[in-house]
Design a protein around this ligand. Structure first.
Ligand SMILES: Nc1ncnc2c1ncn2[C@@H]1O[C@H](COP(=O)(O)OP(=O)(O)OP(=O)(O)O)[C@@H](O)[C@H]1O
Ligand SMILES: [Mg+2]
Length: 472
């Protein structure tokens, strides 16, 4: 609206009320950024007949930069400038009277009275802007304060580890804390919780990262061979020892040695391991001369070592020597929030780019399951599902029968035909409803059934929420 028509008489208050309403609406719209809202304010004032509108807020991108001197003065002394040549500049103040910027306009040269009208209007607009800027800053300060407070937690997990469940953040903290030192670490946790990955992460975060990482499973070898596996042997040390051989300790020289399933180590070898740890020396089987080795030892176990000590199967002195810095890995059922992250990670690892996502019902089943085999079981499950999927999506029926508990009430037995059928139906209905944006008539048509039957089935499966609101 041309300003000339609105400046005098009764027209003006109406036009002012209108422009103020529009400006308030733009500034209060939480959906858009402050920059966009300020852009709208400029546009509304231009519609009102003011040209050369300039909003200058230090710290925000400025609009134009003419008349800088005048706005600088206003910014400094907080008093409006009204010049008869048709320039009005007012300070942008918050309700707490803090000056955060300036608002200036050019108007056609006009009588002093008209310019004072403009000044009053702009003062109101400037206060609205001031409050919007303050709210914007509060939000930002909150967000950056929060980010700062959380900074140690949102740091990327060490090594190849995936997951940000609270219990795992503590594990990451311990890894970072212990990695730089040569301290012996004892990793505890059920099978498949990621002990090997944690050992690798410690190695890679340590000064030995360039050195070798060697892993040996103490439970996998017959008793006679374990000692030679760990410490090596000389030629002729025992029947069959045709040549000399380095053991894992020597292979790990300058690096890290993971002794997995330490609880399975035969008592005779436990003594020798203790000596190696205490003296930094090993003896090859059949060799009297000690060899110095520079190895950081990490031990892992999923067995309760304390019970083994009671039984006399594990030496207490070795236990104390190993248990200097224990790290406990929580079972997957105690960090359910990580299931989706891990599952997506394994889709990336095993899906060969062919499998893109996991359907919501499949994720629901995964989240409900208790995962006795922990992350390893989840990985195997996703790998298998990737092979079964033929359209790039992992669906509920690609998951093994043990996961198919069907409903949350627990009335259906795991793996029963009934449960699997329900999951299959859920999957089909969710997909169909998604494809048509929740339009029940369209979904019924696509599934070659009637809206009545579809509504009944959706209700039965607790899926009625998928129906778009306007259709209800
Ligand atoms: N946090 C994790 N992020 C990504 N992958 C993981 C994680 N935890 C475990 N895995 C994967 O799960 C599998 C099992 O992990 P790992 O071998 O480290 O378990 P473990 O605790 O050593 O088990 P076990 O006691 O049976 O030896 C591996 O393939 C590993 O890569
Ligand atoms: Mg392991």
């Amino acid at each position: 609206m041309p300003r000339a028509m609105t400046t005098a008489g009764r027209e003006r208050p109406h036009a002012e009320a209108r422009v103020l309403y529009r400006i308030t609406k733009a500034l209060l719209d939480g959906q858009q950024t402050l920059e966009r809202a300020l852009g709208d304010v400029v546009a509304h004032l231009a519609d009102f007949g003011m040209s050369g509108v300039e909003i200058a807020v230090p710290g925000l991108p400025l609009t134009k930069k003419r008349r800088r001197g005048a706005s600088q003065r206003v910014l400094e002394d907080g008093r409006a400038v009204v010049s008869p040549s048709g320039f009005v500049c007012v300070p942008i103040k918050t309700l707490r009277r803090e000056i955060v910027g300036t608002l200036s306009v050019e108007v056609p040269a006009a009588p002093e009275d008209d310019l004072q009208w403009d000044r009053r209007l702009l003062t109101v607009v400037a206060t609205l802007i001031g409050e919007a800027v303050r709210a914007h800053r509060d939000r930002h300060e909150d967000a950056s304060a929060r980010a700062q407070a959380e900074a140690p937690e949102i740091a990327a997990p060490p090594g190849e580890l995936v997951g940000n469940a609270h219990a795992m953040l503590e594990v990451y903290r311990l890894i970072r804390q212990v990695a730089p030192h040569d301290t012996t670490v004892l990793l505890r946790g059920e099978s498949g919780t990621g002990k090997e990955l944690v050992a690798q992460a410690i190695h890679h975060a340590s000064a030995r990262a360039e050195g070798p990482f060697v892993s040996v499973n103490c439970g996998a070898l017959p008793e006679q061979l374990v000692e030679s596996e760990l410490f090596g042997h000389v030629k002729g040390a025992f029947t069959g020892a045709v040549g000399g051989r380095r053991g894992r300790f020597e292979m790990a020289n300058g690096g890290t040695l993971l002794l997995d399933e330490i609880g399975e180590l035969p008592p005779a070898v436990q003594v020798k391991l203790l000596r190696a740890l205490q003296q930094g020396e090993i003896h090859r089987v059949g060799d009297e001369a000690p060899k110095r080795v520079d190895v950081r030892v990490i031990a892992a176990t999923n067995a309760p070592l304390e019970a083994a000590i009671e039984r006399g199967a594990f030496r207490a002195d070795l236990y104390y020597r190993l248990n200097i810095f224990p790290i406990y890995l929580p079972p997957l059922r105690e960090r359910k929030t990580d299931i989706t992250l891990l599952a997506d990670h394994f889709v990336g690892k095993h899906g060969r780019g062919r499998v893109k996502r996991i359907s919501t019902p499949a994720i629901e089943l995964m989240t409900a399951y208790h995962w006795p085999g922990n992350v390893r079981e989840l990985e195997n499950c996703v790998e298998r599902a990737c092979l079964l999927s033929d359209d790039g999506v992992i669906r509920a029926h690609h998951l093994p029968p043990t996961l198919q508990t069907g409903d949350s009430s627990g009335t259906t037995k795991a793996g029963s035909l009934d449960a699997m059928m329900r999951n299959f139906e859920r999957e089909i209905l969710i997909e169909a409803m998604k494809n048509v944006g929740g339009n029940m008539t369209a979904a019924a048509k696509a599934l070659d059934t009637t809206p009545r039957i579809l509504a009944y089935r959706l209700n039965q499966l607790g899926l009625y929420d998928l129906v778009a609101r306007r259709r209800r």
